[in-house]
Design a protein around this ligand. Structure first.
Ligand code: CMC
Length: 392
């Protein structure tokens, strides 16, 4: 019989070669195309980073403005898609709506479905980077019963997203530049993370030759889980539930108790065993944004910081190398911006779309690319004979 390596959860299996993102989990290092995330988060912009992830190099000024032009040309969605949104219940989670709507893009954009055509792959990539903010904002507007807001291409990528979420026809809305910059940074910190669960899902779906919109919809579905992108929503809800610092020990005890089924959300990572560099930047950003907005003594931020401090001096968390991850502080910023928790994971999805597409494009361009097809260790019944229902 065949012998297979048993590696549930893929803790030690490299499924592909990739030149996009490098992580050294012990050192807490994250590089995109060789550039440290800290430098990108402080000096770059989300669209520039999209270019870097997709094409391998930082753009010069004219390449960047050409790229921005190509993206903004595609920010609107097909008008008929508005009807598609209206078929959902108002109280649907925006992620549920997004899985459906992004999957349905393959029914609207027939000229970017041929994965063997390099130009069509390129258009599909640009369409998704351009339209995901529009789709997420529409899911949000629909859920609160407000009219959809069309994209405004004079605004930045992040600023336009905020405008589509918060503007209403009845009054003037001006995007706060502090918030636009903070959103841009959140997007950069989530843009790619090598072979995480959703990216692996996109690659596996794509390995069969499925169209790119279907693959990204599969990625969004995977991201939604609380162990992955859903953790940002779960984390803020947990911090609010804790409420005050005096209740932290109770939650620490619960997280250490295996039978409780409870984990500290926004804590732990498969790869980072020292610290998550994205969390470090996010924490600084949370402080900065709340400060600039004049929000002092935010109770959720206080609980978060104290929870981090107590956990990081506790043997359980030290021995298991559990640290705050990217999802720990992001929710505090998004909350201060006015987003409900149900929008946290959609914002992660918008940001990660470029990573998914860059990885998908890299895979499709490979020579001799194979369908992803893991094997298993069979633990079921041996062969046996069928018994008629009368004799069971
Ligand atoms: N709270 C308490 N205990 C934990 C936690 C936590 N957050 N995370 C891991 N552990 C324990 C776990 O019980 C296990 O203990 P033992 O060895 O005694 O069985 C040990 O630490 C290792 O955990 P694991 O589940 O085997 O590790 P993993 O690499 O499979 O899982 C993880 C990584 C991120 C899914 C997990 O740490 C977790 O569930 N964290 C909470 C959810 C979360 O914040 N997810 C966001 C991940 S980062 C960005 C993203 O993808 O969105």
């Amino acid at each position: 019989a065949d012998v297979f390596t048993f590696d549930p959860g893929f803790t030690s299996t490299a499924a592909c070669e990739s030149a996009i993102t490098y992580i050294d989990g012990d050192k807490g290092e994250l590089l995109h195309r060789g550039y440290p995330i800290e430098q990108l988060a402080n000096k770059s912009s989300y669209l520039e980073m999209c270019y870097l992830l997709l094409y391998g190099e930082l753009p010069n000024a004219s390449q960047l403005s050409d790229f921005e032009g190509r993206v903004t040309r595609h920010t609107m969605v097909h008008e008929q898609m508005h009807n598609f949104f209206r078929g959902f219940r108002r109280d649907a989670h925006p992620m549920a709506t997004m899985v459906g709507v992004v999957g349905a893009m393959s029914a609207f954009y027939h000229d970017s479905l041929d994965i063997n055509d390099e130009w069509q792959r390129e258009v599909a990539a640009i369409r998704m980077v351009a339209k995901l903010p529009t789709i997420a904002a529409m899911a949000y507007k629909y859920s609160i019963g407000q009219p959809f807001v069309y994209p405004k291409n004079s605004l930045s990528y992040a600023g336009n997203f905020l405008n589509m979420c918060f503007a209403v026809p009845a009054e003037e809305y001006h995007v706060n530049p502090i918030l636009a910059k903070a959103m841009d940074r959140i997007m950069m910190l989530h843009a790619d993370h090598e072979q995480n669960a959703s990216t692996s899902t996109v690659r596996l779906a794509g390995s069969s030759g499925a169209n790119p919109f279907a693959c990204i919809a599969a990625g969004i579905a995977c991201l939604w889980g609380p162990a992955h992108g859903g953790a940002n929503q779960a984390c803020l809800e947990m911090l609010r539930e804790i409420g005050t610092v005096d209740r932290i020990p109770e939650y620490i005890a619960k997280a250490k108790d295996k039978n409780s089924g409870f984990r500290l959300m926004g804590f732990g990572h498969r790869v980072y065993k020292n610290f998550d560099p994205r969390a470090t930047v996010m924490k600084e950003s949370a402080d900065e944004v709340l400060d600039l907005l004049g929000i002092h003594n935010n109770p959720t931020l206080q609980v978060a910081k104290e929870l981090e401090r107590i956990a990081l001096s506790d043997d359980y968390f030290i021995s298991k190398k559990l640290y705050p991850n990217v999802d720990f502080y992001s929710g505090i910023i998004l909350d201060a911006m006015g987003f409900p928790t149900s929008m946290f994971t959609p914002i992660f999805a918008i940001s990660r779309t470029v990573g998914w597409i860059a990885q998908w494009k890299e895979m499709i361009a490979e020579k001799n690319q194979k369908i992803g097809r893991p094997r298993q260790l069979y633990v079921g019944e041996k062969q046996r004979d069928y018994v008629d229902v009368k004799h069971r």
